[in-house]
Ligand binder design. Sequence first.
Ligand SMILES: *[C@@H]1O[C@H](CO)[C@@H](O)[C@H](O)[C@H]1NC(C)=O
Ligand SMILES: *[C@@H]1O[C@H](CO)[C@@H](O)[C@H](O)[C@H]1NC(C)=O
Ligand SMILES: *[C@@H]1O[C@H](CO)[C@@H](O)[C@H](O)[C@H]1NC(C)=O
Length: 296
Amino acid sequence: MASTLEAFMSWLRIPVLASSGIAAVLSGVLYFKQNEIIYPRNFPPDARTNVPRPSAFGMSDYEDLMIPTPDGESLSAFYLRANKQLARNVTILMFHGNAGNIGYRIPIAKILVEDFGCNVFMLQYRGYGLSSGTPNEKGLMIDAQTGLDYIRQRPELRGTRIVIYGQSIGGAVTIGLAARNFNRKDIAGIILENTFTSMRKLIPSAFPPARYLATLCHQIWPSEDSLPQITDVPILFLSGLKDEIIPASHMAQLYKICRSEPKVWKEFPNGSHNDTVMEKAYFESIEEFISEHVAR
Ligand SMILES: *[C@@H]1O[C@H](CO)[C@@H](O)[C@H](O)[C@H]1NC(C)=O
Ligand SMILES: *[C@@H]1O[C@H](CO)[C@@H](O)[C@H](O)[C@H]1NC(C)=O
Ligand SMILES: *[C@@H]1O[C@H](CO)[C@@H](O)[C@H](O)[C@H]1NC(C)=O
C-alpha cells in the first residue's frame, strides 16, 4: 500500500491549495478514480504479467489453476499440497495484501506447506496478476467466495479444516467472507494481519489531507461491522506496532470488538506494514495457533 499512499498524496496536494471550485472537480476525479488508488494492482509495473511460480521456490507438489467466478471472471490461483510427512488436515485459504501478486507471497505459503504441513490455496483477486477483470469491493467478495467454494467442492480438500488468512486488505476480504460463511461450521480458524476497521476510517489516519473527502469513498470494507457477527471461530490477530500505513490502533480496535472465542492477540513491536511477516515469532505464532486451536 505504499504506492497507494503516494498516489493518494499526489491527488490531494492540489485540492489542499486550490480554490474550492477546483477542489470540487478534483473530488469528482477522486470519486471516479478511487479504485485505481485503492487497488494498486499495477505496482510494481510488471505485477500483471510476471507472477513467480512455486517451482521457482523449489516446490513441486502444486497445481497452477484458473478458476471461473459466477460473474464471468477467471482467477489465477495456486493449490499447494501439504508436506506429506507433516500433513495435518488443514487447508489455509490465503488472501493477499495490495500491490504485487500471489507469486510474491509464495515464500510465506512455503513455510505453511513445508514446515507446518498445511495445504495452501492462494488466489489472486480480479484485476491482479494473471486474473481477468478490474477490482472493486463487490468483485473481490465474489472472488473470495469462489475460492472458499472451490475448497469446499474439491474432493481431496472437502472435510479438511479451513483457515482463512488475510494480510492488509486481504484481512478485510477474510472478515467479509467469514461473516457470510461461518454458520456452515467448516471454518476452523481465521488469521488477520495488519488490517483496518473500515476503508473510511483508514483514510483520515493514513491520508490526513483527505479527511474531508473520506465520505466520498465508495469502497466501504466494513470490517468493524462484520467481525462482531462472527462467533465460535478461533481468531489470531497479528499486529505490527510500527505499521506506517494502517495504524496499529485499527487492529487493537478489531480485537476489542471481536466476539468470537478463542481470540488470540500477538503484537510485534518492530513490525511495519509489509515486514511484520519477517519478525521473529511471526510464524511461531501461527504454528502455535494452528496446533492449539485449529488442528486439535
Ligand atoms: C513495502 O512495500 C512497498 C511496495 O511493495 C515498498 O515500496 C516499500 O518499500 C515497503 N516498505 C517496507 C518498510 O518494506
Ligand atoms: C480431516 O478432518 C475431517 C473433518 O474434521 C475428518 O472427517 C477426516 O477424517 C480428517 N482426515 C484425517 C486424515 O485426519
Ligand atoms: C526491536 O528492534 C530493536 C532495535 O533493533 C531490538 O533491540 C529489539 O530486540 C527488537 N525487538 C523485538 C521484539 O524483536
